[in-house]
Design a protein around this ligand. Structure first.
Ligand SMILES: Cc1cc2nc3c(=O)[nH]c(=O)nc-3n(C[C@H](O)[C@H](O)[C@H](O)COP(=O)(O)OP(=O)(O)OC[C@H]3O[C@@H](n4cnc5c(N)ncnc54)[C@H](O)[C@@H]3O)c2cc1C
Length: 515
């Protein structure tokens, strides 16, 4: 904490996204803690000020090219395979432009993170009270596993749509267990998707944590359209940030700086501030403040391909959410239960990309992802100019084991579509052909041509080698990272619920440290 008469905020939070909005709201519950949030994107002060597509749970705003609420990062999924990665740039960050699938990490993820962080704070048992506190589970209410008072409303998407019902019947036909509560740590199988959308409206973290009352607190200030360019480090201590607004740069100082800019922007900001691998920084012309090789050394994400199928008859559009059911099954590795995911979209991909909930005659889709915990690729900063984007490499499918798991995910999806039960609604897959499915080499080529990502990036500033279990950056004082960057590996599920948990856990840690 700063001294009361310094006039400086105690904590300056960079980014009001999946973790930052949560952290700022929780820290400002203490009226004696002055919190300043600096967000690069716009900050609507009321629900009605959000563009309607950012609230519509039948859409995934981040999938639509050119959406003003999205910042694109040029990237490579594999060497020679370029891609544009989307990140939310608006109050709520990527939770405002994402799919609204809100599933907790698995116990195995917590075990791994607790070991890597060297702190039981990250164990499932210690995290569970925070997982309960962050949600209002509208299906279960208050139980030992679920909460009924938290800011994020969680409801499982109904399986009443004919395509979702057919998916459920297909999973049963194939012998997959029913997994009715994906947030309960039961054996993985087919089930409805827990979502932070209610009555067709996606509730991002800005709405849930800030617009719900925190924004009115006198000790909380949230600045929108202010882009942090770098962190100022003096004699091993972070003292402030350089911020750009309306073309003008100013210095904002605070007792402590917390980066919540997301798993692509946070490592870039650290690099621009001279914190990262010294040789790379020197090559980019950035003076080194702290040699920290682990910053940006790898990332962790989930490769994904879309498999489209042709409806046998015209099907209605989705009622309240683009999401159908979801099936988790295990790759033949057998090490990580439920590491393959088949997620159903009730909106054609052309609709998601074009911002439309129905496209007559268009095929519907499954999103097949490999969610085995992996660290690959990385984020490298190539210029001291903050406007030059970092080099983002996903490093997907570089090993035979990675390619095999992806083949298994694709073939498992094809098996669902090939069931008699799914045949009630489907004429079959658009691609790949049976001949391609049968041949490893052809299937690898098909996958390469159709490869995408779940946009679940984590692990770019990992606990253990870059920050400690409280997000404190090694080798410096006054600087933390508190977003999905610090999770050493992406969870076996989508990371949005865990991003919120990061905000909750780090707020708890900050409060405990300051007594
Ligand atoms: C298209 C898409 C779909 C997804 N779908 C799902 C899903 O359905 N389920 C799921 O679990 N996960 C999903 N995810 C991932 C999930 O939304 C993210 O993992 C999560 O929101 C990350 O939280 P974060 O706090 O780390 O970063 P973010 O939520 O991205 O927040 C970072 C914030 O920092 C701000 N910021 C960045 N740089 C600066 C700067 N220099 N100065 C000031 N502010 C800055 C940004 O504007 C943003 O508001 C999806 C992601 C995307 C992009």
């Amino acid at each position: 904490m700063t001294s009361p008469d310094s006039g400086l905020p105690d904590v300056l939070v960079v980014g009001a996204g999946g973790s930052g909005a949560v952290l700022a709201a929780r820290l400002s519950e203490d009226a004696g803690c002055q919190v300043l949030v600096v967000e690069a994107g716009p900050v609507p002060r009321a629900l009605s000020a959000f563009p309607p597509d950012l609230l519509d749970a039948r859409l995934v705003p981040g999938a639509r090219p050119g959406n003003a609420a999205v910042r694109m990062f040029p990237a490579h999924l594999m060497p020679g395979l370029p891609y544009m990665a989307a990140r939310g740039r608006v109050l709520g960050g990527s939770t405002t432009v994402n799919g609204g699938y809100f599933v907790r990490a698995r116990r195995a993820d917590f075990d791994r993170w607790a070991a890597q962080a060297g702190d039981a704070l990250w164990s499932y048992e210690r995290a569970l009270p925070f997982l309960r506190a962050l949600e209002t589970d509208l299906d279960h209410g208050a139980t030992p596993l679920h909460g009924d008072r938290g800011p994020i409303p969680v409801r499982r998407v109904g399986l009443g749509h004919p395509a979702a019902a057919a998916f459920q019947a297909a999973a049963r036909e194939l012998g997959h267990p029913f997994d009715p509560d994906k947030n309960a740590q039961d054996p993985p199988g087919f089930g409805p998707v827990p979502s932070n959308a209610v009555d067709g409206r996606r509730v991002n973290t800005g709405i849930a944590y800030l617009l719900g009352g925190a924004l009115a607190r006198p000790n909380l200030t949230v600045l929108g359209d202010h882009v942090v360019r770098s962190v100022v480090v003096r004699r091993g201590r972070a003292t402030g940030v350089v911020v750009e607004h309306d073309g003008r740069r100013t210095l904002l100082e605070a007792g402590e700086i917390v980066l919540c800019a997301g798993a692509l922007a946070s490592p870039h900001l650290l690099h621009l501030s001279g914190i990262g691998p010294a040789a790379d920084l020197a090559r980019a012309g950035i003076p080194v403040a702290c040699d920290l090789p682990a910053v940006g050394a790898a990332l962790s994400d989930h490769p994904q391909v879309v498999l489209e199928w042709t409806p046998r008859r015209p099907l209605d559009g989705p009622a309240g959410s683009w999401l159908g059911g979801v099936l988790h099954l295990s790759s033949s590795d057998g090490d990580e239960a439920g590491d393959l995911e088949i997620l159903q979209s009730l909106v054609p991909v052309t609709g998601l990309v074009g911002g439309r909930t129905t496209v007559p005659g268009a095929p519907l889709a499954f999103l097949a992802s490999v969610q085995t915990p992996r660290r690959t690729g990385g984020v490298r900063t190539v210029s001291a100019d903050p406007d030059v984007p970092p080099r983002v490499d996903y490093g997907y499918l570089q090993t035979e084991a990675d390619r095999r798991r992806m083949r298994e995910a694709v073939r498992a999806t094809a098996a669902v579509v090939a069931t008699g039960a799914f045949g009630e609604v489907s004429r079959g897959l658009v691609e790949p052909s049976p001949a391609t499915l049968d041949d490893d080499h052809l299937l690898d080529r098909w996958t390469h041509a159709h490869l995408g990502t779940s946009q679940h990036t984590c692990g770019t500033v990992p606990m253990g080698s870059a920050v400690d279990a409280h997000g404190r950056v090694h080798g410096l004082t006054g600087l933390r990272v508190a977003d999905t960057s610090i999770l050493p590996t992406a969870p076996l599920r989508g990371p949005a619920a865990t991003a919120v948990l990061v905000g909750e856990l780090i707020a708890h840690a900050v409060r405990r440290e300051s007594g």
